[in-house]
Design a protein around this ligand. Structure first.
Ligand code: AMP
Ligand code: MG
Length: 494
């Protein structure tokens, strides 16, 4: 455990040179206050137990005081936004302080999002609203809790100024913690400015930091690309199996280590709907639920273009061709686990296809259906039947499901146990996040954030006594979203 002024900060990205970033310290803020502290992430970083009570905490993480050893910078990147290349992006409001290395040798990037305008701010204010910061904070924790790789945050610090979005808003700084902040867009910046040597340098940095086992390989760049493909496919398979929709899959939001990254207008699907679009600005549905796997591929193609000086075209195409199979394999395994099925054959395919059709036609809550399905032949499935105005379709499907389970001699109790470990009871529903945001903004009451962080970190929780202790009512937090909120959207405004 180290005190804050002794945190072992380094910033290896700084060594790449000034073409890769703008060296800049966070702008100071007036009256910083703690909105929420994430003890779990504090533990990951090996911070002292009560760091959040240390007065220096607010000074350091609001950017008012500089960490010894940190070399703050704003990363340079570009990217494809909604299908078009934008050469003028870069991190307009996020400052990478550097990385902290733990006693086990793990390195965590510490990044302050909303730390003031950088060279890349394009006239924007360089700040983030408390509203959007709470959403990103909760989103990262919820996705991580579902065992999907994600950026997380050490907490949120608000401060006493006002920023303007559609209306005056309270600003905040999100203390983002991630293995990496490198995006496909960092490579694109140099590809389109024809700085080939910089691409090689960046690829070597990424290998050194994130894929060190490739360092000695003769075709290390090809293997790097392969790993990025695999991680991206597996990330998106995780999204598809849990009903998560990122909302803004621009290449500048695609992580080089396959993290779910840069949370804006994301959403978890309520009732099953392949066309669900969480982002109210995405009128064409480019980033709808069912489009995510193909957009993942499209983004990887854009990434591949940046590597043409390091890997020959045939090799790049050969690697890209593996994406679909890689996605399918992971996705099928995840869905089979959700259904408690071991044998993945044509019956499995028919069974899942039929189920999706039924869930869509009857507008059935995706998460709760699967959680309740673990009761099949183990308890009361009436709560499933009650969700159907006419249960004929689902009863027929139950017969097909039962036959598949018989075929593989499924043990009912074992299956129930296993299904509850992969089918969450809790997802971050939009209306719950919204309630937490409103209490925070109107009443400076952060207790709802606290409850949601607990649930995000324990989405498979069974023991209701743990919920009682925290005054978490399962009837509210685990229920289907009320009809007026189901399928709701948020805007990009941040
Ligand atoms: P995002 O939609 O949050 O991924 O942002 C897209 C780009 O715009 C990123 O490069 C951000 O850094 C930048 N950006 C978004 N909001 C602001 C802001 N308020 N001030 C400066 N830059 C911003
Ligand atoms: Mg972004």
């Amino acid at each position: 455990m180290k005190s804050l002024d002794k945190l072992p900060f380094n910033n290896a990205f700084f060594d790449l040179g000034s073409d890769f970033y703008q060296a800049k310290s966070p702008d100071p803020v007036e009256g910083p206050f703690l909105v929420h502290y994430n003890r779990a992430v504090g533990g990951l970083l090996e911070l002292p137990e009560n760091t959040d009570n240390d007065p220096a905490f607010l000074d350091y993480f609001s950017g008012n005081k500089e960490f010894p050893g940190a070399q703050p910078l704003a990363m340079r990147y570009t990217g494809h936004q909604f299908g078009s290349y934008n050469p003028n992006i870069g991190d307009g409001r996020g400052i990478l302080l550097g990385e902290i290395e733990t006693s086990t040798g793990v390195k965590w990037d510490i990044h302050l999002k909303g730390a003031g305008p950088t060279r890349f701010a394009r006239g924007f204010d360089g700040r983030a609203s408390l509203r959007a910061s709470i959403r990103e904070y909760l989103g990262g924790e919820a996705v991580h809790g579902l065992r999907i790789p994600s950026s997380r945050a050490l907490g949120i610090i608000g401060f006493k100024e006002l920023i303007f979005r559609q209306m005056p808003e309270i600003p905040a700084i999100l203390i983002r913690v991630a293995e990496s902040h490198v995006r496909f867009g960092n490579f694109e910046a140099f590809h389109y400015s024809k700085k080939t040597k910089h691409i090689e340098k960046l690829a070597n940095y990424v290998i050194w930091r994130h894929y060190p086992h490739l360092t000695q390989e003769s075709d290390k760049y090809r293997l790097l690309f392969r790993s990025v493909i695999e991680k991206t496919a597996s990330l998106i398979a995780g999204w598809q199996s849990t009903g998560f929709v990122h909302g803004v899959m621009n290449t500048d939001n695609m992580s080089i280590v396959g993290l779910c990254f840069d949370y804006g207008p994301f959403g978890f699907m309520d009732s099953f709907n392949p066309h669900y679009i969480p982002n109210s600005s995405d009128k064409q549905g480019r980033y709808s639920f069912s489009k995510q796997p193909e957009i993942g591929f499209w983004n990887l193609e854009k990434f591949a273009l940046t590597l043409t000086s390091l890997i020959d075209g045939d090799a790049l195409n050969g690697e890209l061709a593996r994406y679909q199979e890689c996605f399918n394999l992971t996705y099928r395994n995840l869905m089979a686990a959700k259904l408690g099925i071991k044998i993945i054959d044509s019956d499995f395919k028919t069974l899942t296809g039929n189920l999706f059709e039924i869930l869509y036609r009857h507008r059935i809550d995706y998460t709760n259906f699967f959680r309740l399905l673990s009761r099949f032949r183990n308890g009361d499935i009436q709560p499933i039947l009650d969700r159907f105005a006419d249960p004929t379709d689902i009863e027929k499907w139950f017969n097909e499901y039962g036959e598949v389970l018989n075929k593989e001699n499924s043990d009912d109790l074992t299956r129930q146990h296993e299904m509850k470990r992969v089918n969450p009871r809790f997802i971050l529903r939009n209306h719950l996040a919204q309630r937490a945001i409103e209490s925070a903004l109107k009443d400076s009451d952060y207790s709802e954030i606290d409850k949601l962080i607990f649930l995000a970190q324990n989405p498979f929780i069974e023991d209701d006594t743990l919920l009682e202790k925290r005054q978490i009512d399962p009837e509210i937090y685990f229920a289907d979203s009320p009809t007026q909120f189901a399928g709701s959207q948020t805007s990009c405004s941040a």
